[in-house]
Structure formats: C-alpha cells, structure tokens
Ligand binder design. Structure first.
Ligand SMILES: Cc1ncc(COP(=O)(O)O)c(C=O)c1O
Length: 427
C-alpha cells in the first residue's frame, strides 16, 4: 500500500471513501486533463465532482486568484466587500428570481442548510418535502432531507421530512407510465400526501439528481408540482449545486426544464461557480431572505479570494458560451455512448443532458443493480487514462460523466472510446 494511502487511513475517518483499489493522488491539472503523482495523465470526466467547471488551471482564474491574494484574502462580512457585491449582483440577475438577495456560504451543504433555515422560519413549520433518492449535503439538517440511505448516516433530524415520488423516471411504481401519466400520478401522490399532513414549509429538489445517479423526472414535473404547492403557499427550493451554470446544456439552470412555473422561490448553488474555490450560496426573493430576525453570518462565505475566483470563472463561462458547448459536445457524447450501450446487455440506461451523463449498469438479463461492474468499469477507465464517477441510489451502479464544460469534440471522442473499452471489459 502506498505510504500516503496508509497515512490517509490512519488519520482520516473510515467513512471518507476513496475511489479505486489503489487510490489516486492528483498533483496537477491543465484544461480537461490531470496528472497523478507517478506522472500518469488522465482525461478528467468528473472534475472533482462537477466542480472544475471551466477547466483545470484556467489562466484567467489563476491570475484573478493570485492578484487578489496579493491584495487581501479575507476581511469578513463586517466590512464592505466589492468582489462579493459584484458576484452577488451577477448571480441575482442570472437567477431569474425577482428582487433577489444572495447569501454566500462555503459549500453546497451550508447553502441548503440556509435554505432550510429560511423556508422553515418564513413558513413557521419544520416540515419539508424532499424527493426520494435525493442528496443535499452532509450536515445534520441536510442528511435529514436525503432520500438515499447510503448517504444518510442518521435518522435523527431537526426536520420532519416527507419524501415525494418523481425524481427517478425509470424505476418505482410509476415507471411504466408515459411521461404525461407519470407526471399526473406523481401530482396525485403529492396531493394525497399533502392531504395527510400540515402544510410543509417547502419542497426541495435537485432538477437532475446528482449523487442519485443523474436521474430526473420528465420535463415539467416540477412545474406541475409548483401549481399544487402554490395553493398552500409552500415554497419551492431548487438545489442547483450540480445542475447550475449551464451544465445541462439546454438551460442555464436545471429548473428551467420546468420553466412554465417561473423561477423557484429559493435557489441554492455551489460546486462549479468557484472552479474549485469554496463558494456556495442561496438566492431568494428579499421577503424570504430577510425573514430572519437575528444576526446570521458565515465567516468564510464570500471571502475576497473565493469571490475573485468566482467572478473570473463566471466571466469565462459566459464569454465562451460554455453552456452552448455543453449542449453541443454533450449531445455528441451521449449519442455515442447510447450507440455503445445498445450492444451491451449490462447497460440499463444512458441518461442525462448536456455534460451530465449517467450510465446505469445492471446484471445482464435482470433489472438488478450491479455495483461490482460499476467499480470494475471505473478501474478499467482509469487504466485507460480516463477518470469518471459513480453514483445511484440502487447500490451505486450508475457511472457518472461530468467533464469540465470546455470539453472539446476530440476529447469527448477519446473519452468515449476509453469508456467503451472499459464497459466491454466488464461484460
Ligand atoms: C445536489 C447537491 N446538493 C448539495 C451538495 C452538498 O455540497 P457540498 O459537498 O459542497 O457540501 C451536493 C454535493 O455533492 C450535491 O450534489
């Protein structure tokens, strides 16, 4: 066992899982590639869990961070902070939420925690609706809205959570229905649930479930839910931690696939905006954001160094139309992977949109999850020089593909060829 792995095991928690039988130490990156400590180069199709959004070592971000570091790294929210105000203005405008206020945190977990604090305070109830197979973070409150037992280490919770159907299109009791009937059945189920409980504070949902294996409902489900929720004043929180910033190609935010409903009441973000700098945040209309009647700060949230990274990264994303690139290159990639999958009995489904693509594996001839093969494909892809991720509520048997949004067509083709080899070696 390599020395660093042994030291990791000795000093870090057992539940902090590492990928690969022989875990990888990534020492540097450039563009869509990273290198390990032995000098091996990999095409990166996971971006440190969808976080390296534009590119590794993007000169524009590196320059902004180093210039900011040379001036001031942090001053706290007790003082005016120009980069924080600037990024808040840009995100407020991009969010589509009217009269929007933005609060910065340091992670997606803390962003969702804040959204829950706001919604439960505003609505004066601690009942929350969440989706089955969801993941929203690791804090005490966010594991209480996690509908995926593999990521929910305790049943204790400050919230009363009711789980709703609909986040997974092709499994569960409504899977056989067509899209329209699926939506109608989920709406009926929601109405039935609401009939048995006091009106909840909010529904929180990932437009495409990330940790859950890139599963999603048919477009329009959340718009249909919204109508029902609005009858009782229940808020809609869109967790855009994975789906934001154009990753899904067709839309800038994942909620826009359900756009008939207008924007959510609260939107949370993190991961990609900082390109690796720890930025999370919440956007909400001012009456919701301002409903807290005592102080609340985040010491590190919005610190100058992370805001400089976020501003430079966002500018690059918009100026280079990386959303359009995600749509075009992601479209080619998913088609290519579907063609490969059609020949492999162990691939149950290739799903997703833009550069957020899931491949669900099953034991051939069955509908049973196949986590062993998922691990084998992950290892084989690494051998071939490609890093991908895993996820899925059904025993982690979905492969997750989410490269930086600047992926080129040639890189998409190279990655698809390696993945094809890896899938063939597992079946
Ligand atoms: C949809 C979603 N929400 C929230 C989180 C939590 O974010 P963080 O790990 O930055 O706390 C994650 C992390 O994977 C996520 O995928």
């Amino acid at each position: 066992m390599n020395d660093l792995f042994a030291r990791h095991r000795q000093v870090l928690p057992d539940w902090l899982a590492l990928y690969y039988d022989e875990p990888l130490e990534i020492t540097h990156g450039e563009g869509r590639h990273v290198w390990d400590a032995d000098g091996n180069r990999y095409l990166d199709f996971f971006g440190g869990i969808l976080t390296t959004m534009t590119a590794h070592a993007l000169p524009e971000v590196t320059k902004a961070v180093s210039e900011q570091a040379g001036r001031i790294i942090h001053s706290s929210t007790l003082y005016l902070n120009r980069p924080m105000v600037e990024l808040a203005e840009r995100i407020a405008q991009l969010s589509g939420i009217p009269d929007a206020r933005v609060f910065f945190t340091t992670s997606g977990t803390e962003a969702n925690d804040t959204a829950l604090l706001l919604a439960t305070t505003y609505r004066r109830t601690n009942t929350i609706l969440a989706m089955r197979n969801s993941y929203h973070g690791r804090s005490f409150s966010s594991v209480g809205i996690t509908g995926n037992k593999g990521w929910s280490p305790t049943s204790l919770s400050p919230l009363q959570t009711l789980y709703v159907h609909g986040g997974v299109r092709t499994r569960g009791p409504f899977a056989e229905l067509n899209d329209r009937d699926f939506i109608a059945a989920c709406v009926d189920d929601l109405r039935d649930l609401l009939g048995h409980t006091r009106a909840p504070a909010a529904l929180i949902a990932e437009p495409i479930q990330g940790v859950g294996g890139f599963t999603s409902p048919p477009d329009g489900l959340y718009a249909a839910f919204r109508k029902v929720l609005q009858e009782q004043g229940i808020l809609w929180i869109a967790d855009e931690v994975q789906t934001g910033w154009g990753r899904t190609g067709e839309h800038f935010w994942g909620w826009q696939a359900h756009g008939q409903s207008g924007p959510p009441d609260i939107l949370t973000f993190a991961k990609g905006i900082g390109n690796g700098s720890s930025i999370g945040g919440v956007v909400a209309r001012s009456e919701i954001m301002n409903c807290l009647d005592s102080n609340s700060i985040s010491t590190f949230g919005g610190t100058q160094i992370t805001m400089a990274a976020g501003l430079a990264n966002l500018s690059y994303l918009l100026e280079h139309d990386l959303q359009g690139n995600a749509r075009r290159v992601g479209g080619l990639l998913i088609e290519r992977l579907r063609a490969v999958a059609a020949q492999l009995p162990g691939v149950r489904e290739v799903r997703g949109r833009g550069l957020m693509i899931g491949i669900e594996l099953v034991k051939p001839g069955t509908d049973e999850a196949d986590p062993k093969s998922a691990s084998a494909v992950l290892e084989a892809a690494r051998e071939g020089g490609l890093l991908i991720g895993k996820g899925g509520g059904h025993n982690t048997s979905a492969l997750r593909i989410a490269p930086p949004l600047s992926l080129t067509v040639a890189e998409a083709e190279e990655g698809a060829a390696i993945l094809e080899q890896a899938l063939r070696s597992a079946y």
